[in-house]
Design a protein around this ligand. Structure first.
Ligand code: TMP
Length: 220
């Protein structure tokens, strides 16, 4: 059965989550059923890990190695419990972040090493390989300005409290990865309005689904 796996990646405030929701709606309008998930999270175990990673649930500093393994643990659970079963049923899966986040945040920005994180990801993801990864690229300061309202309400989470240089490294790490895997990655300019970004994302996804024979009426 034909399936398709799309991941959305980007720095803080890039608008990925908004775009993931809009993409599901576009697919539904095209009569395609999609499963939307997020990382860390997407399963009860993953959501519990998210609380530890984002909200300091364990109440102690998390060492970088444990951080990487916790993200990988959440991913291993999500892949086997949600993503692979959905792909086997012929669904389109959309994940708000996936393995590239570990490569970039822990491997590049945290300094654990890109190659080491690629190995860790390979162990965590089994056969779940994204068909298309959309990188929503945004200037770090603009991303944080967008998150200001959320921060006033609920504060910055653990990763968002990292220095601006860390997040500049995240952005650079993503752009490096996009150059390394040009067949899988597409970069979209996320500094524009949500509507403009949505139009670009849909154009990219539509083209790939048409090429994969998953979407009809592709000439228009
Ligand atoms: P988000 O769901 O709001 O994007 O928050 C997830 C945070 O976790 C974000 O700061 C990126 C970070 N993260 C990593 O550092 N490594 C990972 O592997 C994943 C999935 C997320």
């Amino acid at each position: 059965m034909k399936s398709f796996f799309i991941t959305l990646e980007g720095p803080e405030g890039s608008g990925k989550s908004t775009q993931a929701a809009r993409l599901v709606k576009r697919l539904a309008d095209a009569s395609l059923k999609a499963v939307r998930t997020r990382e860390p999270g997407g399963t009860p175990t993953g959501e519990a890990i998210r609380e530890i990673l984002q909200r300091d649930k364990a109440g102690e500093p998390i060492v970088p190695e444990a951080e990487a393994l916790l993200f990988a643990a959440s991913r291993a659970q999500l892949v086997r419990r949600v993503i692979l079963p959905a792909l086997k049923r012929g669904r389109i899966v959309i994940s708000d972040r996936f393995a590239d986040s570990t490569t970039v945040y822990q491997g590049h920005a945290r300094g654990l090493g890109v190659e080491r994180m690629l190995d860790l990801n390979a162990f965590a993801v089994d056969a779940a390989a994204p068909d298309l990864t959309i990188l929503i690229d945004v200037d770090v300061r603009l991303g944080f300005q967008r998150l200001a309202r959320r921060h006033r309400k609920s504060g910055r989470d653990r990763m968002e409290r990292e220095a601006i240089e860390f997040h500049e490294n995240v952005r650079q790490g993503y752009l490096n990865l996009a150059r390394r895997y040009p067949a899988r990655f597409r970069v979209v300019d996320g500094s524009r309005s949500s509507d403009a970004v949505e139009a670009d994302v849909w154009k990219l996804v539509k083209a790939r689904l048409c090429a994969a024979g998953l979407l009809t009426g592709c000439s228009s």
